[in-house]
Design a protein around this ligand. Structure first.
Ligand code: HEM
Length: 141
């Protein structure tokens, strides 16, 4: 009789661990730096992105089931609270997602994994909005 095992793995392991997350974050900020649609989003960020990149790598690694280095350093993510200082409406959310879709497309070849990541990130990005929007989706005023 053969033995069977169900091996479950994390998204972090499935995409290739720390090296893959670093490539993803590099590609994400490259998009933010160069895509015309992301100009206003880029302007919200610090001129030097080194620290932002470092922290997003820690966060995404933890969020995808890798080491808990983000929380070891910063405590509970409180991601929405940490974003309250920035004006985030639908335009910023959409620009953020655009950069992430493009970064995932070039760094995560597996369709199913990419869709799983995007499916979980989209509501998170939406939750980051902190500006009232009109029904048309544009910020009032
Ligand atoms: C939806 C639109 C979003 C906008 C406009 C936005 C914008 C920003 C800005 C301006 C910063 C500060 C970086 C700096 O000053 O250089 C930041 C930090 C950060 N963002 Fe976002 N963000 C968004 C969504 C997200 C999402 C969905 C995630 C997680 C998947 C995320 C994760 C982070 C992390 C981990 C940091 C560093 C926070 C820390 O210092 O601990 N952001 N974001």
């Amino acid at each position: 009789m053969a033995i069977e095992a169900t091996v479950q793995t994390t998204i972090y392991e499935a995409i290739g661990g720390q090296a893959a997350i670093s490539r993803l974050v590099e590609a994400f900020y490259h998009e933010m730096d160069t895509a015309p649609e992301a100009r206003d989003l880029r302007a919200l960020h610090a001129a030097d992105l080194a620290e932002t990149k470092r922290v997003l790598i820690l966060y995404l690694a933890q969020w995808m089931g890798g080491p808990n280095a983000y929380s070891a350093e910063r405590g509970h993510p409180r991601l929405r609270a940490r974003h309250m200082g920035f004006r985030i409406g639908t335009a910023e959310r959409d620009a953020w997602m655009l950069c992430m879709v493009r970064a995932l497309t070039v760094t995560v070849p597996d369709d199913a994994i990419r869709q799983a990541i995007l499916g979980a990130l989209a509501p998170l990005a939406d939750w980051m909005r902190n500006q009232p929007e009109t029904e048309a989706g544009a910020a009032p005023g």
